[in-house]
Design a protein around this ligand. Structure first.
Ligand SMILES: C[S@@+](CC[C@H](N)C(=O)[O-])C[C@H]1O[C@@H](n2cnc3c(N)ncnc32)[C@H](O)[C@@H]1O
Length: 340
């Protein structure tokens, strides 16, 4: 039976309080267009050129990862290479039709996650995180099919290196070869958040553990989140339970039950978390009673209801039924947004 996860307040929470510690990402990746201007490890802008090469790209004249310091390079470049990212970037450069989406950040975050996952990962959850693979594929989601195929090809090229031929590799992919890649890419599309700097500029995406990813959406949320960009060496990794003021609940057949073991012991990837990269902290924006569900928004709340719903459907394939969306007549705020 499928269990849906949610997070609830474990204690009374006043407005404007941090309710999680700064949580490190399981996987993150810069947006494709920022690869040559920002550090792939800490996401900060690269110093002006020329700066000493800190990492030699696998393929010359192909987009790659660059780093602002030798610490960032030694923290991140082994995963960049072992996850098959250089092969994906080479593939997308020479065969852009392999993933017409343009931005490769979701595929790269998924490749990195795949590299650090335990070999036996159960479906429909991987490391506790919902994949939503069936739901996304059921709605003919080409992002998942095309993206998983590109990920599969990149991993195959890495494994066959140096004897691969891109054209021969593409021709030899069978329709059901990329099931694992489909699951992990679906997980990224379902759970990743856009990382923004202090000015609100979007830098890339990150996937966090269950303490963050089990928080559901509401168009009238009681919490928000912010990022802190961390340069290695970072302060010691917070145990996920330190300062964690929210507790996980599993809902099946409408009934919600608290998950006894807490988040940390359920999080098989907690030990694998990179410790560097953008950390996320959740903060209350309303008073939250003990036992009340904690929610954030997955969409721009300054849009009319129809646009919010359409965005949530096209990205996540769910219809929001929060109090604001089901209010009839429309709330005062929604009336004002509709008339603009
Ligand atoms: C980041 S996960 C949130 C945790 C998720 N409920 C779980 O069981 O792991 C995002 C997914 O949760 C579900 N979800 C989140 N907010 C929702 C809402 N307000 N109504 C219905 N489904 C929601 C959707 O399936 C969405 O793709």
């Amino acid at each position: 039976m499928e269990v849906e996860m949610e997070m609830r307040a474990g204690e009374e929470i006043e407005i404007g309080q941090d309710i999680t510690p700064p949580l490190p990402p399981l996987s993150s990746s810069l947006h494709h267009s920022l690869l040559s201007s920002h550090c792939s490890s800490c996401f900060s802008p690269l110093p002006p050129q020329p700066f000493p090469p800190l990492f030699t790209p696998t393929f010359p004249n192909t987009p790659s990862s660059y780093y602002c310091s030798s610490l960032c390079s030694s923290a991140d470049s082994p995963l960049h290479v072992s996850s098959a990212e250089p092969y994906l970037l080479l593939l997308l450069q020479s065969h852009p039709s392999a993933y017409p989406n343009g931005d490769s950040s979701d595929l790269r975050a998924a490749l990195r996650l795949l590299q650090s996952l335990p070999a036996t990962s159960p479906y429909p959850r991987v490391a506790g995180l919902l994949t939503n693979r069936h739901k996304l594929l059921h709605h003919h989601d080409h992002r998942v099919r095309d993206g998983a195929r590109a990920m599969f090809l990149a991993r195959k090229m890495r494994d066959e290196s140096p004897n691969f031929s891109i054209d021969a590799t593409i021709a030899n992919v069978a329709p059901h070869d990329a099931v694992l890649e489909e699951a992990v890419l679906s997980l990224v599309l379902t759970n990743a958040v856009e990382v923004q700097d202090k000015t609100g500029r979007t830098l890339g995406i990150s996937v966090y553990g269950p303490s963050f990813c089990w928080i559901n959406h509401s168009c009238s949320p009681n919490a928000c989140y912010r990022f802190s960009l961390m340069t290695p060496p970072t302060p010691p990794c917070w145990p996920e339970t330190a300062l964690l003021r929210i507790v996980p609940f599993g809902r099946s057949s409408g009934r919600a039950t608290q998950i006894e073991n807490g988040v940390c012991s359920n999080n098989v990837l907690a030990k694998e978390s990179r410790g560097y990269g953008p950390r996320v902290t959740v903060r209350s924006i309303k008073r939250i009673k003990k036992g009340e569900e904690v929610t954030v928004t997955y969409t721009d709340l300054l849009q009319p209801k129809a646009m919010r719903q359409s965005e949530l459907w096209s990205r996540y394939r769910f219809i929001c039924s929060c109090t604001r969306c089901s209010a009839s007549p429309l709330t005062y705020v929604d009336q004002a947004l509709e008339s603009n």
